[in-house]
Design a binder for this molecule. Structure first.
Ligand code: ATP
Length: 316
């Protein structure tokens, strides 16, 4: 078995135009009722946002990632987490306004209620977007999700400037279908996103989802993740498919599984690995993440993934 390639200093940078979210999580005996003042029994502040999670995963995988983001100055502590993971945070701007954040109540039954404020994730100006794209190396990758404003502008301008665009349409909205998806270098979708994108039943089997995606987006490389049912990679040029089963593990918390998968896939791709190695590494990393509580905190390091892969490869 040949060893997977690791990113080198010559690898094309991945620029991640991505959300950074601060989750304020309150433990409550029940979800607060209209007009009620309720004491919380526990309070935690957690770094979140699909953008930040994918950057952390890419960096922990050993990839070279520059996060394009915005954060309220009061939350600058969050930058340390991205930096400690190994991400380049030079292009995260600190603004005087409120960060993107959520106020989350979790009750004793595990039920939750969430208020989301887009904040700085939704206030990128045309000038800032132009500045970020102008500073990007030609031939680099742009990765993005759907939690920051003006992704249509960012995608179109990135394509015009010769960047390869990898897109994860999460959360899915009707406007996604109007984007130039046929020009993407790579599309990451989970079951719900795939079904919404091609307008078929979410419970459709993998073959039906793949066929519908191939028909809607011929020529696009697509990675379809199906939770514990594994992941598929559709080759846009040749039209063939690769399947990687999920690792049989005991899942504790699947939040962030998709973000971990995407970060590890992008890092393996950046290093020049073939699609099957990318799938294998992303799947191993996601399997480790689902066995831990939390999203960003559950993202494994590259050493943990290497160890997991070695143990899994041993004959039983
Ligand atoms: P999330 O939104 O929860 O971050 P997602 O819906 O974007 O995740 P999924 O398709 O659920 O993404 O999962 C991504 C990958 O994570 C899967 O392809 C698989 O490799 C791994 N995974 C997810 N759930 C499990 C599980 N229960 N056991 C093992 N691996 C899992």
């Amino acid at each position: 078995m040949s060893l997977p390639k690791q990113p080198s200093s010559g690898s094309a940078t991945v620029y991640n135009y991505g959300s950074i979210n601060i989750d304020h999580v309150y433990r409550v005996p029940h979800l607060v009722r209209p007009g009620e003042t309720l004491s919380s029994t526990d309070y935690q502040i957690v770094l979140g946002g699909k953008g930040a999670n994918q950057t952390i995963a890419l960096a922990r995988a050993g990839g070279q990632v520059s996060h394009w983001g915005q954060l309220g100055r009061a939350d600058d502590w969050a930058l340390e987490t991205l930096k400690d993971a190994g991400a380049d945070i030079d292009d995260v701007a600190l603004l005087e306004s409120a960060s993107g954040h959520t106020v989350i109540q979790v009750d004793d039954e595990g039920e939750n209620a969430i208020v989301l404020f887009g904040g700085t994730n939704q206030s990128f100006t045309p000038e800032r977007i132009d500045e970020l794209l102008t500073g990007a190396d030609k031939g680099g990758w742009l990765l993005l999700q759907n939690e920051c404003n003006d992704i249509d502008v960012v995608i179109r301008q990135a394509l015009e400037r010769g960047l390869k665009v990898a897109f994860n349409p999460a959360p899915m909205t009707p406007a996604i279908r109007e984007l130039p998806l046929k020009d993407l270098a790579l599309l990451f979708v989970n079951r719900g996103e795939a079904a919404a994108l091609v307008d078929i039943d979410e419970q459709s089997d993998a073959d039906a989802l793949i066929e519908a995606l191939q028909t809607a987006l011929p020529g696009v490389n697509i990675v379809l993740t199906l939770g514990s049912e594994g992941a598929w990679r559709i080759d846009g040029e040749r039209g063939d498919t690769l399947y990687q089963p999920a690792r049989p593990v005991q899942a504790v918390d699947t939040t962030g599984a998709g973000d971990t998968f995407i970060g590890y896939y992008m890092a393996a791709l950046q290093a020049g690995n073939d699609a099957s190695t990318c799938l294998e590494r992303a799947t191993a990393a996601a399997a480790l993440a689902v066995q831990r509580a939390g999203a960003a905190t559950g993202i494994p390091t590259v050493d943990e993934v290497e160890t997991f892969l070695k143990i899994a490869a041993r004959p039983s």
